[in-house]
Design a protein around this ligand. Structure first.
Ligand code: ADP
Length: 297
């Protein structure tokens, strides 16, 4: 099985037309959808056929039951810890349909309250692969939890992957500290911006090659251009993305991650896994929201 340790987020998406003016009542189409990089990747892994996907995350008491239900419907076994003092992480996305410009307001909520007491090595019983959401690295106590999970995985011979979250968060932590905190990670799954930021190399192929000297396997996603795979200091595969009409790019990287990991767990080569990742990424840009379609509300 696959254990994802990461973030559950409530995404509130408000679509309005034209600039927002203060002190006016702007009509908008407002939808609340389940999200979070870790949770989305878990859903995409299950959607891609991974048989036993579990998700460990903290949520607020307010929406714990709703998130639990939505994850179960997507085929993920939720291991959710309701937090008494913080709400579920929430992102408000303001989308101007006239310009397609997006503005985000982010409250990390219960995500950054994950802590080493949430971890126990038995969580790895029956698990072959541990995936860590990079968002855990950016607060002290949640980073300690990620390090404890990685250490248990190392002792149990479980493969560890990590998605670096975002360049903004890496900048806040500092590249040196990020790379120190990710020591021992087997598979790194950055997008092109994160790969460039982590290495100082603007060319994705150069960045992928350099990262693969620290991480045994690196897959860098390139948006509509697909993905690159690097191992041992060299790019070993370049995969094209299917041509699609992009509707909403939210969760494309999480879809890639989920499908890539599902494929690796079923024995696929890194190049085959990247091909599966690109197929899922292309599906994700064709739906609104960050998760595969499962029907129902
Ligand atoms: P992130 O969402 O983390 O920034 P990317 O934008 O690189 O990640 O997208 C992840 C994957 O999703 C890509 O590797 C690609 O396979 C797919 N993808 C993203 N945008 C498109 C697009 N416009 N057309 C087809 N596939 C896409």
């Amino acid at each position: 099985g696959l254990l994802v340790v990461g973030d559950v987020v409530t995404d509130v998406v408000a679509r309005h037309r034209g600039p927002l003016a203060p002190a006016t009542d702007t009509p908008a189409d407002i939808r609340t959808v389940p999200g979070g990089a870790g949770a989305n990747a878990a859903c995409w892994a299950a959607h891609s056929g991974c048989p036993d996907v579990r998700l460990l995350a903290r949520v607020g008491r307010d929406s714990a039951a709703w998130h639990d239900l939505r994850l179960r419907r997507s085929g993920v076994r939720p291991l959710l810890i309701p937090d008494a003092d913080a709400p579920t992480a929430t992102v408000i996305a303001l989308v101007d349909t006239a310009t397609a410009e997006r503005t985000f307001l982010t409250d990390s909520g219960a995500v950054h309250r994950m802590n080493p007491a949430d971890w126990s090595p038995d969580l790895l019983d029956g698990i072959a692969h541990l995936h860590l959401s990079g968002y855990l690295l950016f607060a002290d106590q949640s980073r300690q939890l990620a390090l404890a999970a990685r250490e248990s995985a190392r002792q149990a011979g479980v493969i560890v992957s990590l998605d670096p979250a975002s360049t903004g968060f890496i900048g806040d932590l500092g590249v040196e500290r990020f790379l120190a905190a990710t020591e021992g990670v087997d598979v790194l799954l950055p997008n092109a911006d994160e790969a460039a930021f982590l290495t100082g190399l603007p060319e994705p192929a150069d960045a992928a090659a350099k990262l693969s000297r620290q991480f045994p396997l690196v897959a860098v996603t390139l948006g509509a251009a697909g993905a690159l795979v690097a191992t041992g200091g060299e790019v070993v595969a370049k995969v094209a993305a299917p041509k699609v009409v992009a509707l909403d790019s939210t969760g494309a990287g999480d879809a890639f991650t989920g499908a890539f990991l599902a494929a690796r767990l079923s024995g696929a080569s890194p190049a085959e896994a990247a091909t599966a990742g690109c197929r899922a990424g292309a599906l994700a840009v064709g739906v609104v929201g960050g998760r595969p379609e499962v029907g129902g509300g």
